[in-house]
Design a binder for this molecule. Structure first.
Ligand code: RB5
Length: 142
């Protein structure tokens, strides 16, 4: 399983930290941004979301200042379930109950250690299926 990752300038440093921390365990495909220079978060959210839709066995990580811009944009894509998470408990439930396929982090509102634990929990959690699958089946509008 590959991890598609993207951020804007606000999430750039955390993106680099996460890649470095998890590089032994996970393969990353990085869609940018690649510096602290100001950019527009939808450009990166769309790339990661499109990749997750094309290769559903893979998952995504998106990072911006609040996480909201990335989550709002990614969730425009049918079959994307992007979950804004700021604790390991929330990221675990995002996978167990929502089968989230993109984890979104709020770089300006989470410290590095907590962000790492939040990502680790997301990686380790498994979708529970059952009643949660019935609910997921009702999300997309078409
Ligand atoms: C960038 O300043 C900031 O607006 C962006 O990172 C994000 O928080 C948007 O949702």
């Amino acid at each position: 399983m590959k991890i598609y990752i993207g951020s804007d300038h606000a999430g750039f440093e955390l993106k680099e930290i996460l890649k470095k921390h998890f590089c032994a365990a996970k393969e990353f495909e990085d869609f940018g941004t690649f510096s602290n220079e100001s950019v527009d978060y939808p450009d990166f959210a769309h790339k990661v979301a499109e990749s997750v839709v094309t290769d559903p066995e893979n998952i995504g990580i998106l990072i911006c200042g609040t996480g909201n811009g990335m989550a709002i944009t990614a969730n425009k894509h049918p079959n994307v379930r992007a979950a804004l998470c700021w604790s390991p408990e929330i990221s675990t439930l995002a996978k167990q109950h929502n089968n989230a396929n993109i984890l979104v982090l709020p770089a300006r509102f989470i410290d590095t250690e907590l962000a790492i634990k939040t990502v680790e929990s997301f990686f380790n959690a498994e979708f529970e299926g059952g009643r949660h699958q019935n609910r997921i089946n009702k999300i997309d509008l078409q």
